[in-house]
Design a protein around this ligand. Sequence first.
Ligand code: HEC
Length: 175
Amino acid sequence: MKVKLIGALAVSLIVATFLSVFGFAAAKDEGTSNAQLQKVDYPTGYRHWTHVKSMNLLDNHPIADIFGGLHHIYANDLALEAMEKGTPYPDGAVLVFDLLEVSTDAEETATVEGARIRLDVMQKNEKLWPDTSGWGYETFKGTNNERIISDPIASCHGCHASKVDSDFVFSNFRE
Ligand code: HEC
């Protein structure tokens, strides 16, 4: 009986040790080497956030092939506060670049918003995305929200790097 009890204790000690070592390794991995695999959250409710500004890139703009169309930029409360104060963006700040087709109304007397082409998102978390200065980048396709970014440095951060002085953000809030 005594032997059995000692045996059971030994087994549970081994299991506990294994779990804690394994658990520790998994947690560590999440925050470091797999950083770029961490998914940016879909910005649910962004249409109710603060509208920062809008712009319409015409066909002759140098990057019209990717960003051509009418875009609106939105900031959640944490992002807006940093943008207005000119301070670094805190964890939890999210910025959205909502790109729409430009269309004409039925009477052909007005330019109107068309279908959504894509939704570009920047989400700040220093631990999750250390390789891109804390910014996670993602594009959700306009039609079905499919994620399409596999290399955020080449596709996004490389260009945003020119704005290092404003924490990689281009836009300023239009008063
Ligand atoms: C060729 C340069 C370039 C590339 C590549 C680029 N952006 Fe941007 N991005 C800009 C510019 C310029 C603006 C500001 C647009 C404006 O002023 O209306 C911007 C604005 C944004 C904004 C709004 C916040 C801000 O910085 O003003 C988000 C969000 C964003 N981009 C996400 C992305 C994502 C995600 C990718 C990768 C899929 C990406 N961008 C790739 C140039 C780029």
